[in-house]
Structures are given as C-alpha cells and as structure tokens.
Design a binder for this molecule. Sequence first.
Ligand code: PFF
Length: 459
Amino acid sequence: MANRGGFSSRIGFIMAAAGSAVGLGNIWKFPYEVGENGGAVFLLVYLICTVVICFPIMIGEIAIGRKAQKDAYGSYKSLGGRRWGLLGLFGILCGVMILSFYNVVAGWAFGYFLEISFGDLLNTADFKLFFGEYVGMIWDNLFFSVCFMIITAFIVVKGVSGGIERASKILMPMLFAILVGLIIYSLTLDNAMEGIKFYLLPDFSKLNLETIYSALGQAFFSLSLGMGALITYGSYIDKKQNIITSAAMISVMDVSVAFLAGLLIFPLVFSQGQAPTEGPGLVFVALPGVFNSMGPIIGKVVGGGFFLLLCFAALTSTISLLEVPVAYLVDTKKLPRKAVVWLLATLIFVVGLPSMLSQGAVDMFSSMSFYGGKSFLDFVSEVFSDISLPLGGCLMSIFIAYRWKTQSLSEEISSGNENYKGSFLEKVINLVIMYIAPILLGLIFINTVFSKFFGIEII
Ligand code: PFF
C-alpha cells in the first residue's frame, strides 16, 4: 500500500470520506428536494433509506476497497473477475458525469462568495431574478468553474494524505460551526416556526413513488455511494480500522449536515414569504435575503463566510469525485498521477460545458424537448445520479451476495472489529445485502426508468 499512498490516520480517513459525503448535496440539493417533495415526509423517507439501505451499502463499498486495495475497476476485477470490472467502469463513468455538472454548481457558489464579499449582491432588489440571470451569464460561470476545477486538481495532484486528508480535517468542523450559528439566528425570525412545521411535521398524503425514489437517489448522492468513491477511499485504509464505526461516523456527519441545512433554510424561506418549491435556486435565493437583513457589514461577513464554506464543502466532494477516475488510470493503467489529474480535469470540464450553458444561456440545452423540456443539467443529474447510483448500489449488493460472498465481506469487516462475526449486526447487514437491497433497488430502478423515459408507471 505504501506506494499507492494512503490515509495517515483513522480520523483522516473519516474526515476525508465525510468530506466527500458532505457537499452541495447536503446544503444545496437536499433542501430543495425536501421543498419539492412534500417537506417532512421526504425527510422521513430519506432517513429510512439512509439507515436501512445506504448504511450497509457503505460498509460493503469500504470493505471491497480495503480488501482489494485498488481503484473501483481494479477492485471489482480482482475480487470478481473481468466482467465485474465493468461495474467499476460504470461507477467511474458516473463519477465523471456527476463531477461535470457538480463543478458548475460549485462555480455558482464560488461566484456568490465573491459577489457577496466583494461585490454588491446583497443590495439586489430581487434575489430570485438575480439568480436566474446569474446562472445564464456565460463568462462569469466559465471563469468560476474553471477556477474551481483548477483548485480541485491542485489538491488531487498532492495525493491522499497531503492534499485530501489535510484539507478535509480543517474545513469540515468549520462548516458545522457556521451552520449552527446561522440556524440559531434564523430561528429568531418571524414565521420561522412555519418553516419548522413544513420540515418536521410529515403530511403523509404527500407520500408517493416520486418521493421514494427522489429520497433514495438523494441518499445515495449525499453519501457518495454507488459509484466506487468509497471503494477508492476504502482502498487507502489499513486493516486495523473498524469499518462499521467509521461508516457510522461518516453517515451521521452527512445526515447531520443535511438535517441542519434544512433547519436553516426552511425558517428562512417561510420568514421571507417564499415558496419551498423553488427548485435548484432555493438556497441561492433564500440565503442572500437573510444576509441582507443583517445589515451591510455583518451581512457581507456572514454571507461571504457561508458561501466560502459551501465552496469548501463542495471542494472536498469534487476532490473525491476526481480521485475515482484518477485512481483508475494510475492503478490500472499505470499512468503518472500528475498528468492524469490535469488531463481528466480538462476533459471533465469540457463535458460539463453543456450543463453550464443549460441554465438559460443556450436554448438548446436549457429546454430539451426529448426530456420533457428539462435542462441538460437536470438530465445528467437524473441519469447519472438519481438513477445510476442506486443501480450501482443494487449491482454492488448482487456482487457481494452472489460473487464475492457475504462470508468474505464478514471476514473483511472482522479485521479491526473482532466481535463482528456472529453478531446481530452481521445478520442484518447480510440480510440487506442479499435480499432487501437487490430487490428493492432493482424494483425502484425498473420503475424509474419506465416512468421517466416511457411514461409507464409499473408499481
Ligand atoms: N456526496 C456529495 C454531496 O453530497 O455533495 C456528492 C458526491 C461526491 C457524490 C462524491 C458522489 C461522490 F462520489
């Protein structure tokens, strides 16, 4: 392992994996998904998906990576043979596509940080209008997302412990602190309680299949599962680490940040009389309003600080997204790390251009007739994240259950956790991996494909 690099400590791995998990998915995507999918009931389904399905899958991914000590493709191939390697490649493709649009949204956050701190965004009369125009501005977006990709690449070039681990250990705790501070402030605003009710009191009449697969897709995306990111990170840890407790800590941190983001956003949305169904603009519209209400100087400091941390959260995720294909080319193809990083960063940036132009700049990408008038960014996000990640999780469970075998999984988990074998938890995890995950995720996948692409509801 020494020549591949590795995390230098247990906490370093946990922070890096939690850094991968915590990102735009928690602070940008989660609140608007909650808003669009009926509020508290979405939160509930999301939590159930996380505990029942995603937690065992996370353990499985980390175990596969640590056993094989290779990238996503190499791991599946060495444990399951050449054909299973394809599953690793599929994950790598998803990582590339997700990073292509993720970097665009990270660019918006970066732009907002600069516009709030050094420009006069907070004096804008209509934040919704501003956001709509902002995402359609080609040159600004191009500039900010180029910057973001370059910073990501710089850190990934530095390798696992020097770059990824060090950045995550500092940034994660800071993000937590600023979120809590802002929540306390937001709860003091008029009408804040309306937001809390929307967020925490479930209305079961809003529960439908769309809620379930959106929540599932969100849980996979948020925990960075289903595409081999945690196989890759798992390959950098040693045999003494307790995979179960590490996975538990990563999941708890991720869910806490998402939960806190909701606790921050909904009081703000309701106190400003906005609709929670705003979509991807929700955070970018609701937050500047409250920073504005803090007065010119405090607003700039707190607002700038918030968006800066959002950038950091996004950065620890873009790092892990880029690391997945990088590890593949370095491990399997034996190419030099530095060249691979810059090559992939450029390529992925170019692949992301249509997503960037799909927010009003170019009509063809902004409203695609073959995809129900949705944007290219929506298309990539739905296909490679909402649909593909749970599919990746489904196939990974099948891989463990019927190829690698649950005995091998237990063996791997036991290293670093002697009491695992024979425990109740082992039985539950095996049950989920062998039956619940493949069947449930398989059914949801089939249904999602039929309903999204053919308009047929099977279930
Ligand atoms: N989990 C990240 C977020 O919530 O923002 C996104 C992500 C990162 C997805 C890394 C997948 C991944 F491999």
